[in-house]
Design a binder for this molecule. Sequence first.
Ligand SMILES: [Zn+2]
Length: 279
Amino acid sequence: MPDQETLYQRGPGLSPRLIIALLIAAFSLISYFASTSYNPITEKKQHLDMTPRQEIALGLQSTPSMERQYGGESHDAAATAEVKEIGNEIVSKTDAGKTPYKFDFHLLADNGTVNAFALPGGQVFITEALLKKLKTRGEIATTLAHEIGHVAARHSAQQVAKQQLTQGLTGAAVMATYDPNDPSTQNTAAVAALIGEVVGLKFGRNDELEADKLGVRFASDAGYDPRSMISVMQTLDKVAKSRTPEFFSTHPNPANRITHIEQAIASKYPNGVPDGFVK
Ligand SMILES: [Zn+2]
């Protein structure tokens, strides 16, 4: 079959390396888009291949090492009880409680790191350093509600699926451009890896804004003033100007988030936030 042979030899466009790269890319894309599920909380379709049970197991598994990184569990029993009480109240009074997730709230002893975060499946953490900056129950509630939002929106599972896709595509790009006989092509491979990381970061920021929106919804559904989230952002903005807390490695600039939070509040309460919320 001479035709076939000439086809394969006709320039770099269809080299065996490129064919393999295309197969890797196609496989990554197919497995990413084939694993779709509908999220009733965000009312969006998501690409992920983890079950809620797996998310819960993963979160519980990572909890001890997470706690160790932030000085372990707090010894302040009263503050710990308050965090758990507010967190559980939000879950029991909102749609977050209708999800399959097993929520638990942890106050961490770390006094120097201003941070809050959630693991997949419902383990939510806040450091003593951040808790001390929060002035009201409403501020604690909106902070926890934001983290509950990450869990309910399944952001970690989504991130894992996206990372797998990015890795697949990056692998394909490296495969297509890297020539072992020409070391200079290693640069192209490095650039491909970098693109992968940047894409990941951008997804993360959109997730933050979605978690803010869900935070507004969950906090106000539980009776807390959603505007407390704005004062949290103002406080964090002040912290950011004096030093760079850990919080900003995982969360966008608070000043940029305030506009989005105000929009989320206005769309939930077009006639203004009614009286009677806990601030
Ligand atoms: Zn967040």
